[in-house]
Design a protein around this ligand. Structure first.
Ligand SMILES: [Zn+2]
Length: 201
C-alpha cells in the first residue's frame, strides 16, 4: 500500500512511515515545526516521536521504542503515556497521531462536542468528543480521558489544544486527522458566511 503527496510513495508501516506521516501533518499545516506527536505499533511494541521532536529535521533514527505495558522510557514524547493508553484500550489500533489543526482547535474552544455538518464529516464522525483538561492536570488526566473517548470515536479533541486520532493503519489515522480538520474548516467558513448548520441545498 502506498500513500503520499505528489509523486512520493510512503511505506505503509514502520519507523520510516511513522516519521513520514508526522512530517505530512507539518507540511499540510496541521502542526507547526515542533508540535504534535505520532506513534505506531511494531509487533508488541510501539515507536513514538521523541520529546521536542522537530518535523522538519527529525529522522526515523530519533524515534523511541516503547512497551505498552510499561512506562514510556526517557526521551519519548511527553504524550507517550497517552498513546500507550490508547493502544491498551483500543486493541485494533496500530497508529496514533496528534496534531494542532487550527480550525479544529478554534472550534473546540466554545463547545463540548463537534458535529460536522458537511457530508464527509457526518459520514465519518457524526459526533466528535471535545475534552476539557486544565493545563495543570494535563499529564495526569489526558491519557485515560482521551483513551476512553477514542474507544467510541476515531478522533477526539482536547479543547484549545489539538486532535488525537487512532487508526488501524497510519494512513487511516492520517485520514481522520485531515478529515476532521477539513470539517472544522468548512464549519468555520459556514459560520463566517452566516449559513446555519443543517441548511442543505
Ligand atoms: Zn499537542
Amino acid at each position: 500500500m502506498s500513500s503520499g503527496y505528489g509523486n512520493s510513495r510512503l511505506p505503509a508501516a514502520g519507523p520510516a512511515a511513522l516519521m513520514a506521516y508526522y512530517r505530512l501533518l507539518r507540511s499540510h499545516g496541521l502542526n507547526d515545526s515542533h508540535s504534535g506527536n505520532a506513534s505506531c505499533r511494531d509487533g508488541a511494541r510501539v515507536w513514538i516521536t521523541p520529546t521536542g521532536c522537530c518535523a522538519d529535521t527529525a529522522t526515523a533514527e530519533d524515534l523511541v521504542l516503547c512497551d505498552p505495558a510499561e512506562r514510556a522510557p526517557p526521551g519519548a514524547s511527553l504524550d507517550a503515556g497517552l498513546h500507550l493508553a490508547v493502544y491498551r484500550s483500543s486493541p485494533g489500533t496500530t497508529a496514533v497521531l496528534h496534531s494542532h489543526g487550527p480550525y479544529a482547535v478554534t472550534m473546540s474552544r466554545e463547545t463540548d462536542e463537534f458535529r460536522p455538518d458537511d457530508f464527509e464529516g457526518r459520514y465519518y464522525f457524526g459526533r466528535v468528543p471535545i475534552i476539557a483538561v486544565a493545563d495543570q492536570d494535563y499529564l495526569n488526566e489526558s491519557p485515560e480521558r482521551v483513551a476512553a473517548a477514542l474507544q467510541d470515536s476515531p478522533v477526539a479533541i482536547i479543547r484549545g489544544h489539538g486532535i488525537y486520532a487512532r487508526g488501524e493503519t497510519l494512513d487511516e489515522a492520517y485520514k481522520w486527522s485531515c478529515s476532521l480538520e477539513s470539517s472544522a474548516r468548512l464549519a468555520w467558513m459556514a459560520r463566517v458566511a452566516n449559513i446555519k448548520p443543517g441548511t442543505h441545498p
